[in-house]
Design a binder for this molecule. Structure first.
Ligand SMILES: *Cc1c(COP(=O)(O)O)cnc(C)c1O
Length: 494
């Protein structure tokens, strides 16, 4: 099966080429030429299987290019790093709502579900596309992606990975997670400044002709681990099926019953995977796009204009502090009847004027099966408290944005699954005050960890608790101007 570019340019001949390339040469994102159907019979059979087998069914339909044996090994290896091999346990809160916990992987955020598998997919893709060059992954991170990519790619064959985090822009625990990263092929630098400084620096390296030439001589090609790669999107489709299967196998829904999902959204990758699951035949009713105070998506669905020129707010859900939602482009492509020229013109308008306004028929198609709302900071705190009081359930601020949006909407016709994207232990300085009504004391997150354990009776994830005693391998903070040199230093070429 071919993969089309959302901007209408040359298709990629297979999923392997789409994954190895990442972005299409015309700047578009790759989408499958057709959505394979998972039949009712297969779906009901999947309900009796474990997560890895469910993943194999969905992924081999989406990426038929890989031999099933290879895909099976990849999936088994990737999901062995989750407790009992389950990347998406479903927890029932009450008669209306269940929570899909996607944060039991090595870095305690949902990015693990895709980034534990991506290195395997990249390896298979390079082999199939006949690419022998070494891959250098460069990523700027606002916290979760960088660490999840480091864990996924550590000691992966034919790959080296270098991550830049903003020295002033990540939480202490997130910083510690990166400083203590293990693996022989990894590098981490703090960059003076905020996320945008690190991000701009990485983009500059990607477009620097001198860097390109020197890397080419060394037979190294640059790649990024961000969520526009189809290899990150595909693994996310699986957990929508898995949530439905769990509800069905527990007798909470019937064999043809439709369910809703509420998804805390930033770059639109997570919720888009839900839309892909629907197109593959999963009975999905509404997908609810939940944003924080950076509510550009809510405004877009309401007004019909995507307006990226607006104030930027730093919130307690930093992984959703995004003004340009890259993966929305894939949904626009579908809503525009797969007319890449129209998508290209909107993206041109976005880069030139910071906004675009699709025609009313496109907006109507976009709104079909999708709802959008947002929660402010106070509402997010209240939601964390409310879930604890009502159900003795502790959620992180990202998940709480989704919970708040769910509670505000009183029209629940169907059984709903709230997609939970991070462990509350990753965001202690926001979660604890929301629960206790008091500011946290001191500045030691390991003391706060104990406090939340006492309060909730829920043990802190071992991977976070162990950080205190781990060797800090990467402590260097560099200036933005020195990022390019750091690449060559890391490669031993300077
Ligand atoms: C990345 C992330 C999100 C947003 O997911 P998108 O796919 O970018 O919409 C939400 N919550 C957490 C904790 C994340 O790390």
């Amino acid at each position: 099966m071919q993969f089309l570019s959302t901007r209408g340019g040359q298709p990629a001949p297979s999923a392997a080429h789409a994954i190895a390339r990442g972005l299409a040469p015309d700047g578009g994102l790759y989408v499958p030429e057709t959505f394979p159907r998972i039949s009712r019979e297969t779906r009901l059979k999947m309900a009796g299987e474990n997560y890895a087998r469910r993943a194999l069914t969905v992924l081999s339909a989406l990426m038929e290019t890989f031999p099933e044996k290879d895909l099976r090994e990849a999936v088994d290896a990737a999901y062995a790093s989750f407790p009992e091999g389950n990347a998406a346990p479903l927890v029932r809160l009450d008669d209306e709502l269940s929570v899909l916990e996607l944060w039991h992987g090595p870095t305690c955020a949902f990015k693990d579900v895709a980034l534990q598998l991506l290195p395997h997919l990249l390896r298979l893709s390079k082999r199939e596309a006949g690419i022998r060059e070494e891959t250098l992954i460069l990523t700027a991170t606002s916290g979760d992606t960088g660490k999840a990519a480091l864990e996924g790619f550590r000691d992966a064959e034919g790959v080296r990975i270098l991550v830049y985090y903003p020295a002033e822009g990540v939480s202490f625990l997130q910083k510690l997670q990166m400083m203590t990263q293990e693996g022989e092929n990894v590098g981490v630098f703090g960059v003076e400044g905020v996320f945008d400084d690190a991000q701009t620096g990485v983009k500059r390296i990607f477009s620097d002709p001198d860097t390109a030439e020197r890397l080419k001589k060394e037979e190294i090609s640059l790649s990024s681990a961000n969520s526009i790669n189809f290899g990150r999107l595909a693994p996310q489709v699986v957990y929508y099926f898995s949530a439905w299967c769990d509800l069905y196998s527990r007798g909470e829904i019937g064999p043809d019953e439709t369910i809703d999902f509420v998804v805390p959204t930033g770059n639109f990758g997570d919720i888009l995977a839900g839309e892909y699951a629907r197109r593959m035949g999963l009975p999905v009713g509404r997908l609810v796009c939940a944003s924080n105070r950076n509510n550009v998506l809510t405004d877009f669905f309401r007004t019909g204009t995507y307006q990226a020129v607006r104030p930027f707010y730093t919130t307690s859900s930093p992984s959703m502090d995004i003004l340009v939602s890259s993966n929305l482009e894939r949904l626009l492509f579908e809503a525009a009847g797969r007319d890449g020229n129209r998508v290209a013109s909107w993206m041109k308008s976005l880069s030139e004027h910071g906004s675009y306004t699709p025609e009313p028929d496109v907006m109507q198609a976009l709104r079909c099966g999708l709802a959008a709302d947002w929660a402010g900071e106070e509402e997010t705190r209240e939601a964390i408290r409310d879930a604890f009081v009502r159900a003795h359930y502790v959620m992180d601020p990202h998940t709480a944005v989704g919970y708040s949006v769910f509670r505000k909407d009183r029209t629940h016709a169907r059984r709903t699954v709230l997609v939970s994207t991070a462990s509350p232990y990753k965001f202690l300085s926001d979660v604890l005050p929301a629960l206790t009504g008091k500011a946290v004391e001191g500045d030691d997150p390991f003391v706060w960890m104990k406090e939340l354990e006492t309060l909730s009776g829920l043990a802190a994830p071992a991977s976070l608790a162990e950080l205190a005693g781990k060797e800090r391998r990467f402590t260097e903070v560099i200036r933005k101007e020195d990022m390019k040199n750091s690449v060559f230093g890391f490669l031993g070429l300077s």
